[in-house]
Design a protein around this ligand. Structure first.
Ligand SMILES: [Zn+2]
Length: 155
């Protein structure tokens, strides 16, 4: 498995050099690198992760071969994103990983809605509650994000 993962990583590096910065960003190749590391971690105990590693190997070989002769199309990028989105949701749902800044976005919007409610209830002034709700949301969200990072739960 380790050999295969190393091979995919070098394929991704090569692809990165070949498609240029803009397409590399569109393909989220840095994220792919993180995904592949996670799959390696989990593949010993998870059949699906194991399968995803194999899928990604053939997927990147295909992309590499294609870029030798032609440009990537919107369609290719769309398909690639679909594949990585599938894997990402498996990692999130099954292995309890979170994306970077996940808790911040959740608690910020929660804080804002609660802030509006409390502003209305306590001060009879909805906007007055917003900065309070926002402050609390940011505090909790960034705390949880830091915690998730410490525990190695951030994808
Ligand atoms: Zn898995």
């Amino acid at each position: 498995m380790e050999k295969l993962v190393n091979k995919i990583q070098s394929d991704i590096e090569e692809l990165k050099n070949r498609v240029g910065e803009k397409n590399a960003a569109k393909l989220e190749l840095d994220k792919c690198m993180r995904i592949i590391k996670r799959l390696e971690e989990f593949s010993a105990n998870c059949e699906e992760c194991h399968q995803y590693v194999n899928d990604l190997e053939s997927h990147f070989i295909k992309l590499l071969n294609q870029t030798k002769t032609e440009e990537l199309t919107q369609q290719d990028i769309k398909l690639h994103r679909k594949i990585t989105a599938n894997i990402t949701s498996h990692l999130i749902n099954k292995h309890k990983l979170v994306t970077s800044g996940y808790y911040m976005s959740v608690y910020l919007s929660l804080g804002l809605s609660l802030g509006m409610v409390f502003g209305l209830l306590l001060f009879d002034n909805m906007p007055l509650g917003l900065p309070i709700g926002m402050g609390i949301g940011v505090a909790i969200g960034s705390g949880l994000d830091t915690d998730a990072k410490k525990k190695g739960k951030v994808l």
